[in-house]
Design a binder for this molecule. Sequence first.
Ligand code: GAP
Length: 452
Amino acid sequence: MSSPANEGLMEKIVALCKRRGFVYPSAEIYGGLAGFFDYGPLGLALKNNIKNLWWKQFVSNRDDMFGVDAALITKKEVLEASGHVGGFSDPMVVCSKCKHRFRADQITRSDLGDGKKVGPFCPDCGGALGDLSQFNMMFQTHVGAVQEENSVAYLRPETAQGIFTNFKNVVDSFHPRLPFGIGQIGKAFRNEIAPRDFLFRLRELEQMEVEYFVKPKEWEGVFEMWRTEMLRFLESIGIDRTKTHELEVSEGDRAHYSKRTFDFDFDFPFGRKELYGLAYRTDFDLRNHQTMSGAKLEFVDEETNESFIPHVVEPSLGVERSVLAVLLSAYTEDEMNGEVRSFLKLKPAVAPIKAAVFPLLKNKPELVAKAREVYQLLKKDPAFGGAVMFDDNGNIGKRYRRQDEIGTPFCITVDFDSLEKGDVTVRARDTGKQDRMAIQELTIFLRNQPAS
Ligand code: GAP
C-alpha cells in the first residue's frame, strides 16, 4: 500500500543496506547487473539467520522431514517433464520505439492471449507497443565441450524439481511412511523480463521449499497445517503480521501444476505483492517424471500394500523477499535525546549482531583492554555464534546510533567504574534504557532475552 508512512521507505532501506554492508548491487564497479545483488557481511548474517530458523522449523525440528541439496544445473529432460521448458514463460511486449521490454501482465490485463495488442502505448516513451509473445524465463547453458542440442541444460528455475528427482532416492535410503516431506534451501534462476524493486524481483534468488508427500485424500488437512506453519514462521522472523494477507489464487492465475494455491501477500511500499506461496501440486510432478524417466515413482503403502503416486503440498518461501519484508517491518524512526533516530527493530533471533562492546574512551588502554576481555567473553560464547562486535570509533553516542541502525539489540559499555567494580552499562536498542550489570551476569542476561 502506498501511504505517507511508506513515503521514501524503499529508498531509505536501499541506502541503509548499501551504507551499512547488508546488500550491494552486483558488479557495481562495472555499473551493476539488473536483477542481481550481492550480500555484504551484515546482510549475509541476516539472511543466514532467516535460513537457519526456516531449516529448524520446517526440517530439522520435525520427525517427518528430510533435507537435500541438489545440483543447480538441471538436465533438460527434468524440466521438460515438469513443464518448465514448454511453459515457464511470461507474456512480453516490446515497444516499437524505445525497444524496452515489459511483462505484459504488469502493464495491462493478464488474460489476453498471444498475438493480441495489450494496450497502445509504452509507459516509458509513449511509443506503440508490439504484439504479445511468450518469453521463457529459464537460463540456458551447455554442459561439456560441444554446444549442440544434446548438451543443453538449464539453471534451475525452482528448487522443487531437485526434490522430486530425489524422491525415490530418499524413499530407498530411509523407507519413510507417508506423510513425509523433503526440504531444500538453495538458489534458483529466472531471467525475469523486468527485475525490479530491489530484492523483490530478482534473476538470481534463493528459495526455501518443502515438497510434502501425502496420500491423495489427505492433502487438505496437510495444506492447512503448512498454512499455519508459514504464518508462524513469518511472525518468528519479525515480519509485520498487520501487513500480511492471505489470498486464494483463482484458477486462471494458478501455476500449471497447482489445483489450489494460497499466496501470502505483504504490503510492500510499492504495493501489495506476493511474499510466499502454498500450493497443492497434486501428483503432477512425480507422475510426469515417472512417465518421462521410466523410473517407478509409486509409493507402496506397507499396511494396505496399495501402490500409488503420492500427492504433494508445497510451501515455497523466497529468501530475498523474506529479507526485504523483515527489513521493512523493522525499520523505525523515533526521537531520542531531541534527535530523529532511525533504527532496525529486528528480533534478536535474526539480528546480524547480537551485542556490541565499547570502551568508554578509545585512548585509555586499561579501558580498551577490559572491553576486549568482555568482548572475547561474549564472542566465544556459543549462544551468540560469534555475532558480537567491538567498536571504539567515534564517541559513544555515534556508536549507539551505528548499532541501532543495524539492529543490534544491546550495547555494552566498559567505563572506569567497570575497572573497580567489575560491572558494565547495558543499553537496550528499542528504549535507549541503560542498566548497570555485573560482567559475570552479562552472558546469562543476554542468553535469557527472548530471541523472537
Ligand atoms: N516451487 C514453486 C515456486 O517456485 P513461485 O511462486 O514461482 O513458486 C516461490 O516462487 C517463491 O519464490 C515466491 O513466493 C517468492 O517468495 C520467491 N520468488 C519467486 N520469483 C522470485 C523473483 N524473481 N525474485 C525474488 N523472489 C522470487
